[in-house]
Design a protein around this ligand. Structure first.
Ligand code: ADP
Ligand code: TRP
Length: 321
Protein backbone atom coordinates (compact mmCIF):
# COMPACT_ATOMS: atom_id res chain seq x y z
CA UNK A 1 0.00 0.00 0.00
CA UNK A 2 1.29 3.43 -0.95
CA UNK A 3 0.92 5.95 1.88
CA UNK A 4 1.62 9.63 1.30
CA UNK A 5 1.37 12.84 3.23
CA UNK A 6 2.88 16.30 3.10
CA UNK A 7 3.57 19.07 5.55
CA UNK A 8 4.16 22.70 4.76
CA UNK A 9 7.48 24.17 5.86
CA UNK A 10 5.85 27.25 7.28
CA UNK A 11 7.52 27.70 10.64
CA UNK A 12 8.15 25.79 13.81
CA UNK A 13 5.98 22.71 14.28
CA UNK A 14 3.57 22.63 17.21
CA UNK A 15 2.16 19.66 19.07
CA UNK A 16 -1.07 19.84 17.02
CA UNK A 17 1.04 19.11 13.93
CA UNK A 18 2.78 16.33 15.83
CA UNK A 19 -0.35 14.48 16.97
CA UNK A 20 -2.41 15.33 13.89
CA UNK A 21 0.20 14.62 11.23
CA UNK A 22 3.66 13.47 12.34
CA UNK A 23 2.78 10.73 14.81
CA UNK A 24 0.26 9.02 12.52
CA UNK A 25 2.79 9.25 9.68
CA UNK A 26 5.50 7.63 11.79
CA UNK A 27 3.14 4.86 12.87
CA UNK A 28 2.17 4.18 9.27
CA UNK A 29 5.70 3.81 7.94
CA UNK A 30 5.59 0.16 9.00
CA UNK A 31 2.33 -0.55 7.25
CA UNK A 32 3.11 0.24 3.67
CA UNK A 33 5.36 2.08 1.29
CA UNK A 34 5.43 5.54 2.79
CA UNK A 35 6.13 8.76 0.88
CA UNK A 36 6.41 11.89 3.02
CA UNK A 37 7.21 15.26 1.58
CA UNK A 38 8.01 18.84 2.44
CA UNK A 39 5.35 20.92 0.69
CA UNK A 40 7.57 23.85 -0.20
CA UNK A 41 5.60 25.07 -3.24
CA UNK A 42 2.53 25.18 -1.00
CA UNK A 43 4.37 27.14 1.66
CA UNK A 44 4.85 29.92 -0.90
CA UNK A 45 1.12 30.69 -0.64
CA UNK A 46 1.89 32.34 2.69
CA UNK A 47 4.34 35.17 2.30
CA UNK A 48 7.87 34.65 3.51
CA UNK A 49 11.28 35.72 2.27
CA UNK A 50 13.66 33.31 0.54
CA UNK A 51 15.96 32.78 3.52
CA UNK A 52 13.05 32.01 5.82
CA UNK A 53 11.65 29.46 3.37
CA UNK A 54 15.07 27.82 3.04
CA UNK A 55 15.42 27.61 6.82
CA UNK A 56 11.90 26.25 7.24
CA UNK A 57 12.48 23.54 4.63
CA UNK A 58 15.60 22.38 6.43
CA UNK A 59 13.87 22.55 9.81
CA UNK A 60 11.04 20.38 8.59
CA UNK A 61 13.44 17.82 7.14
CA UNK A 62 15.09 17.66 10.57
CA UNK A 63 11.71 17.40 12.30
CA UNK A 64 10.61 14.50 10.10
CA UNK A 65 13.69 12.55 11.11
CA UNK A 66 13.65 13.68 14.75
CA UNK A 67 10.04 12.49 15.10
CA UNK A 68 11.04 9.01 14.07
CA UNK A 69 10.70 8.74 10.32
CA UNK A 70 13.14 6.12 9.19
CA UNK A 71 14.61 6.81 5.75
CA UNK A 72 15.16 3.08 5.34
CA UNK A 73 11.41 2.60 5.50
CA UNK A 74 9.94 5.87 4.27
CA UNK A 75 10.84 8.08 1.33
CA UNK A 76 11.29 11.66 2.52
CA UNK A 77 11.50 14.30 -0.18
CA UNK A 78 11.00 17.91 -1.08
CA UNK A 79 7.97 18.72 -3.26
CA UNK A 80 9.93 21.08 -5.53
CA UNK A 81 12.51 18.40 -6.33
CA UNK A 82 9.81 16.85 -8.53
CA UNK A 83 8.55 19.74 -10.69
CA UNK A 84 6.34 17.32 -12.68
CA UNK A 85 3.83 17.91 -9.92
CA UNK A 86 3.05 21.25 -11.56
CA UNK A 87 2.35 19.56 -14.86
CA UNK A 88 -0.11 17.19 -13.23
CA UNK A 89 -1.70 20.12 -11.36
CA UNK A 90 -2.23 21.82 -14.72
CA UNK A 91 -3.82 18.73 -16.20
CA UNK A 92 -6.11 18.42 -13.18
CA UNK A 93 -7.05 22.08 -13.39
CA UNK A 94 -8.44 21.49 -16.88
CA UNK A 95 -11.16 19.28 -15.39
CA UNK A 96 -11.62 21.31 -12.21
CA UNK A 97 -14.82 23.37 -12.05
CA UNK A 98 -14.45 26.89 -10.66
CA UNK A 99 -17.25 26.13 -8.21
CA UNK A 100 -15.20 23.36 -6.62
CA UNK A 101 -12.38 25.76 -5.80
CA UNK A 102 -14.79 28.50 -4.72
CA UNK A 103 -16.27 26.14 -2.13
CA UNK A 104 -12.89 25.34 -0.52
CA UNK A 105 -13.06 26.07 3.23
CA UNK A 106 -9.36 26.63 3.55
CA UNK A 107 -9.38 29.30 0.82
CA UNK A 108 -12.46 30.98 2.25
CA UNK A 109 -10.98 30.95 5.77
CA UNK A 110 -7.75 32.52 4.60
CA UNK A 111 -9.54 35.26 2.68
CA UNK A 112 -11.74 35.91 5.72
CA UNK A 113 -8.56 36.33 7.78
CA UNK A 114 -7.44 39.06 5.41
CA UNK A 115 -4.91 37.20 3.25
CA UNK A 116 -4.61 38.54 -0.31
CA UNK A 117 -6.48 36.40 -2.79
CA UNK A 118 -3.85 35.22 -5.26
CA UNK A 119 -4.11 32.50 -7.85
CA UNK A 120 -1.84 30.05 -6.01
CA UNK A 121 -3.97 30.20 -2.89
CA UNK A 122 -7.12 29.68 -4.95
CA UNK A 123 -5.61 26.81 -6.96
CA UNK A 124 -4.07 25.15 -3.89
CA UNK A 125 -6.41 22.11 -4.04
CA UNK A 126 -5.33 21.23 -7.59
CA UNK A 127 -1.65 21.24 -6.59
CA UNK A 128 -2.46 19.23 -3.48
CA UNK A 129 -4.39 16.72 -5.58
CA UNK A 130 -1.39 16.46 -7.91
CA UNK A 131 0.89 15.83 -4.89
CA UNK A 132 -1.21 12.83 -4.02
CA UNK A 133 -2.05 11.49 -7.46
CA UNK A 134 1.48 11.78 -8.89
CA UNK A 135 2.61 8.92 -6.65
CA UNK A 136 -0.40 6.60 -7.07
CA UNK A 137 -1.09 7.15 -3.37
CA UNK A 138 -3.68 4.93 -1.79
CA UNK A 139 -3.82 6.20 1.77
CA UNK A 140 -3.35 9.81 2.88
CA UNK A 141 -3.14 10.42 6.64
CA UNK A 142 -4.15 14.02 7.44
CA UNK A 143 -5.84 16.14 10.08
CA UNK A 144 -9.57 16.82 9.93
CA UNK A 145 -9.02 20.23 8.35
CA UNK A 146 -7.70 18.53 5.21
CA UNK A 147 -10.75 16.34 4.71
CA UNK A 148 -12.28 18.55 2.03
CA UNK A 149 -8.98 18.70 0.12
CA UNK A 150 -8.98 14.91 0.01
CA UNK A 151 -12.56 14.85 -1.23
CA UNK A 152 -11.57 17.27 -3.98
CA UNK A 153 -8.61 15.07 -4.88
CA UNK A 154 -10.87 12.05 -5.26
CA UNK A 155 -13.30 14.13 -7.25
CA UNK A 156 -10.62 15.38 -9.67
CA UNK A 157 -9.11 11.92 -10.10
CA UNK A 158 -12.59 10.58 -10.86
CA UNK A 159 -13.14 13.26 -13.50
CA UNK A 160 -9.84 12.42 -15.21
CA UNK A 161 -10.66 8.73 -15.15
CA UNK A 162 -14.18 9.31 -16.54
CA UNK A 163 -12.79 11.31 -19.37
CA UNK A 164 -9.51 9.55 -20.19
CA UNK A 165 -9.87 6.01 -18.95
CA UNK A 166 -10.53 4.24 -15.66
CA UNK A 167 -6.90 3.37 -14.93
CA UNK A 168 -5.40 6.79 -15.46
CA UNK A 169 -5.23 7.78 -11.78
CA UNK A 170 -5.49 5.88 -8.50
CA UNK A 171 -8.29 7.19 -6.26
CA UNK A 172 -6.88 7.70 -2.74
CA UNK A 173 -8.51 7.31 0.68
CA UNK A 174 -8.07 9.82 3.49
CA UNK A 175 -7.11 8.54 6.91
CA UNK A 176 -8.27 10.83 9.67
CA UNK A 177 -7.38 9.73 13.15
CA UNK A 178 -10.45 10.56 15.22
CA UNK A 179 -8.89 10.21 18.68
CA UNK A 180 -6.50 13.09 18.13
CA UNK A 181 -8.39 14.75 15.35
CA UNK A 182 -8.10 18.24 16.82
CA UNK A 183 -5.54 19.22 19.41
CA UNK A 184 -6.71 22.30 21.32
CA UNK A 185 -4.47 25.32 21.71
CA UNK A 186 -3.76 27.00 25.02
CA UNK A 187 -6.89 29.12 24.52
CA UNK A 188 -9.09 26.07 23.92
CA UNK A 189 -9.61 26.76 20.18
CA UNK A 190 -7.94 24.48 17.61
CA UNK A 191 -4.18 24.78 18.00
CA UNK A 192 -2.84 26.65 15.00
CA UNK A 193 0.09 28.89 14.28
CA UNK A 194 -2.33 31.45 12.89
CA UNK A 195 -4.14 31.71 16.25
CA UNK A 196 -1.03 32.30 18.33
CA UNK A 197 -2.09 29.59 20.76
CA UNK A 198 0.50 26.90 20.15
CA UNK A 199 2.76 24.75 22.28
CA UNK A 200 5.86 24.14 20.16
CA UNK A 201 7.15 20.65 19.51
CA UNK A 202 10.68 21.51 20.55
CA UNK A 203 12.31 24.52 22.15
CA UNK A 204 13.72 25.89 25.38
CA UNK A 205 12.32 24.69 28.69
CA UNK A 206 11.48 28.14 29.99
CA UNK A 207 9.56 29.32 26.94
CA UNK A 208 7.57 26.11 26.67
CA UNK A 209 6.72 26.07 30.35
CA UNK A 210 5.54 29.65 29.97
CA UNK A 211 3.18 28.77 27.12
CA UNK A 212 1.77 25.81 29.07
CA UNK A 213 1.24 28.01 32.13
CA UNK A 214 -0.89 30.26 29.91
CA UNK A 215 -3.49 27.55 29.21
CA UNK A 216 -6.86 29.17 29.77
CA UNK A 217 -8.86 27.77 32.71
CA UNK A 218 -11.93 28.83 34.69
CA UNK A 219 -11.65 30.59 38.02
CA UNK A 220 -12.68 27.78 40.39
CA UNK A 221 -11.02 28.33 43.80
CA UNK A 222 -8.10 26.07 44.77
CA UNK A 223 -10.08 24.17 47.41
CA UNK A 224 -13.08 23.44 45.16
CA UNK A 225 -13.57 20.49 42.77
CA UNK A 226 -12.78 21.38 39.16
CA UNK A 227 -14.69 20.50 36.01
CA UNK A 228 -13.05 17.89 33.76
CA UNK A 229 -15.44 18.08 30.80
CA UNK A 230 -14.28 20.60 28.25
CA UNK A 231 -11.07 21.27 30.18
CA UNK A 232 -8.15 22.21 27.95
CA UNK A 233 -5.69 21.17 30.66
CA UNK A 234 -7.17 17.67 30.67
CA UNK A 235 -7.37 17.45 26.88
CA UNK A 236 -3.69 18.34 26.54
CA UNK A 237 -2.55 16.17 29.44
CA UNK A 238 -4.26 13.20 27.84
CA UNK A 239 -1.85 13.43 24.91
CA UNK A 240 1.20 12.75 27.08
CA UNK A 241 -0.03 10.97 30.20
CA UNK A 242 -0.39 7.24 30.76
CA UNK A 243 -3.60 5.82 32.29
CA UNK A 244 -2.38 6.05 35.90
CA UNK A 245 -1.32 9.65 35.50
CA UNK A 246 -4.61 10.45 33.82
CA UNK A 247 -6.71 8.79 36.54
CA UNK A 248 -4.79 10.68 39.21
CA UNK A 249 -5.34 13.97 37.37
CA UNK A 250 -9.08 13.36 37.13
CA UNK A 251 -9.33 12.25 40.77
CA UNK A 252 -7.48 15.41 41.88
CA UNK A 253 -9.79 17.58 39.78
CA UNK A 254 -12.82 15.96 41.35
CA UNK A 255 -11.48 16.10 44.91
CA UNK A 256 -10.52 19.79 44.93
CA UNK A 257 -7.58 21.13 46.92
CA UNK A 258 -5.29 21.50 43.90
CA UNK A 259 -4.82 24.71 41.92
CA UNK A 260 -4.62 24.99 38.15
CA UNK A 261 -0.95 25.98 38.48
CA UNK A 262 -0.25 22.53 39.88
CA UNK A 263 -2.18 20.80 37.08
CA UNK A 264 -0.39 22.84 34.42
CA UNK A 265 2.97 21.94 35.94
CA UNK A 266 1.98 18.28 35.52
CA UNK A 267 1.11 18.98 31.89
CA UNK A 268 4.52 20.57 31.40
CA UNK A 269 6.40 17.71 33.10
CA UNK A 270 4.57 15.11 31.04
CA UNK A 271 5.13 17.12 27.85
CA UNK A 272 8.84 17.50 28.58
CA UNK A 273 9.35 13.82 29.19
CA UNK A 274 7.26 12.74 26.23
CA UNK A 275 9.28 14.82 23.78
CA UNK A 276 12.75 14.22 25.24
CA UNK A 277 13.72 11.69 22.55
CA UNK A 278 12.55 14.03 19.79
CA UNK A 279 14.50 16.93 21.30
CA UNK A 280 17.65 14.86 21.61
CA UNK A 281 17.43 13.49 18.08
CA UNK A 282 16.84 16.99 16.77
CA UNK A 283 20.01 18.28 18.39
CA UNK A 284 22.03 15.44 16.86
CA UNK A 285 20.64 16.13 13.40
CA UNK A 286 21.28 19.86 13.65
CA UNK A 287 24.92 18.96 14.01
CA UNK A 288 24.82 16.59 11.06
CA UNK A 289 23.17 18.50 8.26
CA UNK A 290 25.09 16.60 5.59
CA UNK A 291 23.23 13.49 6.62
CA UNK A 292 19.88 15.31 6.49
CA UNK A 293 20.62 16.66 3.00
CA UNK A 294 21.67 13.25 1.81
CA UNK A 295 18.40 11.72 3.00
CA UNK A 296 16.42 14.37 1.12
CA UNK A 297 18.47 13.88 -2.05
CA UNK A 298 17.98 10.12 -1.99
CA UNK A 299 14.29 10.63 -1.32
CA UNK A 300 14.04 12.85 -4.39
CA UNK A 301 15.58 10.14 -6.58
CA UNK A 302 13.09 7.57 -5.38
CA UNK A 303 10.13 9.95 -5.69
CA UNK A 304 11.22 11.00 -9.18
CA UNK A 305 11.22 7.40 -10.37
CA UNK A 306 7.64 6.98 -9.26
CA UNK A 307 6.52 10.39 -10.53
CA UNK A 308 8.04 9.78 -13.96
CA UNK A 309 6.16 6.54 -14.30
CA UNK A 310 2.83 8.12 -13.38
CA UNK A 311 3.20 11.33 -15.39
CA UNK A 312 4.13 9.31 -18.51
CA UNK A 313 0.99 7.27 -18.08
CA UNK A 314 -1.10 10.42 -17.66
CA UNK A 315 0.49 12.19 -20.66
CA UNK A 316 -0.37 9.24 -22.85
CA UNK A 317 -3.89 8.95 -21.48
CA UNK A 318 -4.73 12.61 -22.10
CA UNK A 319 -3.10 12.74 -25.53
CA UNK A 320 0.00 14.80 -24.80
CA UNK A 321 2.09 11.85 -26.01
P1 ADP B 1 -1.54 25.34 11.33
O1 ADP B 1 -3.02 25.29 11.60
O2 ADP B 1 -0.75 25.58 12.56
O3 ADP B 1 -1.20 26.31 10.22
P2 ADP B 1 -1.07 23.37 9.32
O4 ADP B 1 -2.32 23.81 8.62
O5 ADP B 1 0.23 23.72 8.71
O6 ADP B 1 -1.12 23.90 10.82
O7 ADP B 1 -1.18 21.81 9.54
C1 ADP B 1 -0.18 20.85 9.27
C2 ADP B 1 -0.72 19.47 9.62
O8 ADP B 1 -0.98 19.37 11.02
C3 ADP B 1 -2.03 19.12 8.93
O9 ADP B 1 -2.05 17.74 8.63
C4 ADP B 1 -3.07 19.42 9.98
O10 ADP B 1 -4.23 18.68 9.81
C5 ADP B 1 -2.35 19.07 11.26
N1 ADP B 1 -2.80 19.92 12.34
C6 ADP B 1 -2.63 21.25 12.46
N2 ADP B 1 -3.17 21.72 13.59
C7 ADP B 1 -3.71 20.65 14.21
C8 ADP B 1 -4.43 20.47 15.42
N3 ADP B 1 -4.67 21.49 16.24
N4 ADP B 1 -4.84 19.25 15.75
C9 ADP B 1 -4.58 18.20 14.93
N5 ADP B 1 -3.92 18.29 13.78
C10 ADP B 1 -3.48 19.49 13.41
N1 TRP C 1 -2.40 20.99 2.67
C1 TRP C 1 -1.66 20.27 3.67
C2 TRP C 1 -1.60 21.13 4.93
O1 TRP C 1 -1.75 22.32 4.88
C3 TRP C 1 -0.25 19.96 3.21
C4 TRP C 1 -0.25 19.13 1.99
C5 TRP C 1 0.08 19.54 0.74
C6 TRP C 1 -0.62 17.76 1.88
N2 TRP C 1 -0.02 18.52 -0.13
C7 TRP C 1 -0.45 17.41 0.52
C8 TRP C 1 -1.06 16.81 2.80
C9 TRP C 1 -0.75 16.13 0.06
C10 TRP C 1 -1.35 15.51 2.33
C11 TRP C 1 -1.19 15.19 0.98
O2 TRP C 1 -1.38 20.59 5.98
Amino acid sequence: MRILTGLQPSGKLHIGNYFGAMQPAVQLQDQGEAFYFIADYHAMTSKSDADTLRTNIQDLAIDFLACGLDPEKATIFRQSDIPEVNELAWILSTVCPMGLLERAHSYKDKIAKGLDANHALFAYPTLMAADILLYDSELVPVGKDQKQHLEMTRDLAGKINDRFGENTLVIPEAQIKESTAIVPGIDGQKMSKSYNNTIPLTGGKKAIRKSIMRIVTDSTAVEDPKPTDGSTVIALYKLFANDDMMNQMIADHEAGGFGYGDFKQRVFDAYWEFFTPVREKREQLENNLDYVNEVIAKGADKAREEATRVIDRVRKAVGLR
